[in-house]
Design a protein around this ligand. Structure first.
Ligand code: MG
Ligand code: MG
Length: 277
């Protein structure tokens, strides 16, 4: 069943999404060549607990950490480890969730560490652009398929990259993952009709090469089958009439990226600013 939220509930989700983005800003501040993904995870967990929240992913179906940190050919659900050191030229996708006051928040950002290849920059920029192309479709009266088809058309036809099919966005609220599924592919005019009060996480996962993925033996880490790199950006949004209300805010992250000399910054799409995010 699909849960529609009241205005008050949407504000609780927004507060949590802001905390998620501030946590990702802490990661953006600290990430550099030589730091371990485990250390980033510890910083995130401390920051979240200091703000009266709990990590949303830790313990979820047994996931062992606060952040999912997925490097290069890892698509999503990478497990932070002391032995995994960030290297110059890496693209590092960091996904974070928190829970507080009975509601979740969820967002993700891919960082480009040091000087990265033009190909990786194009992949990350295209994935971030695709996120906002999807968000533009998240308005009352449209359908779930309008979001996915817009993202898919941009990534596959305009950019020449591949949309992952095996993992999708989701409704979010009192549960981390609720109905409906929000695929990053699909057909215009198909699927659930979007109504005010629906809160969804839109999260394109884009591979440089082919779309196929597989899960490593740790049971979590999803990697591209052809070992090409992958990028992931995510916002939680509330469906409204006219335009989506973007509850998470990447500006906290972008500010920290701009201040960190070890990172290559991305350009937020012009549409991002119109959403106040
Ligand atoms: Mg997420
Ligand atoms: Mg999500």
């Amino acid at each position: 069943m699909v849960f529609y939220k009241t205005e008050e509930e949407i504000e609780l989700i927004r507060e949590n999404c802001i905390l998620v983005c501030k946590t990702l800003a802490v990661v953006a501040e600290k990430i550099r060549p030589g730091i371990s993904t485990w250390e980033l995870d510890q910083l995130a967990e401390t920051f979240i607990r200091d703000h009266g929240a709990a990590p949303g992913f830790k313990g979820y179906r047994g996931f062992p950490a606060t952040l999912c940190i997925s490097v290069n050919e890892q698509v999503v659900h990478g497990i932070p480890k002391p032995a995994t050191l960030v290297q110059p030229g890496d693209i590092v996708s960091v996904d974070c969730g928190v829970v507080r006051n009975g509601f979740y928040g969820d967002a993700a950002y891919t960082f480009m560490v040091g000087a990265v290849s033009d190909e990786k920059v194009k992949l990350c920029q295209s994935t971030l652009n695709a996120l906002f192309i999807g968000i533009e479709q998240a308005v009352a009266g449209n359908r779930i398929g309008d979001i996915g088809s817009a993202i898919q058309e941009y990534i596959e036809r305009t950019c020449g990259f591949s949309i992952v099919r095996d993992l999708v966005g989701h409704g979010i609220g009192r549960n981390l993952h609720e109905k409906p599924e929000v695929p990053n592919y699909g057909k215009r005019g198909k699927g659930l009709k979007l109504q005010e009060g629906l809160t969804i996480a839109i999260e394109p996962m884009v591979n440089l090469g082919r779309k196929e993925v597989r899960t490593l033996k740790d049971g979590w880490t999803v990697v591209t089958s052809d070992k090409t790199v992958s990028a992931h950006y995510e916002h939680t949004v509330a469906v409204k009439k006219g335009a989506a209300d973007v509850l998470s805010d990447h500006r906290f992250i972008e500010k920290a990226v701009a201040a960190n000399q070890e990172l290559t910054p991305l350009k937020a799409p012009d549409t991002a600013r119109s959403f106040g995010s």
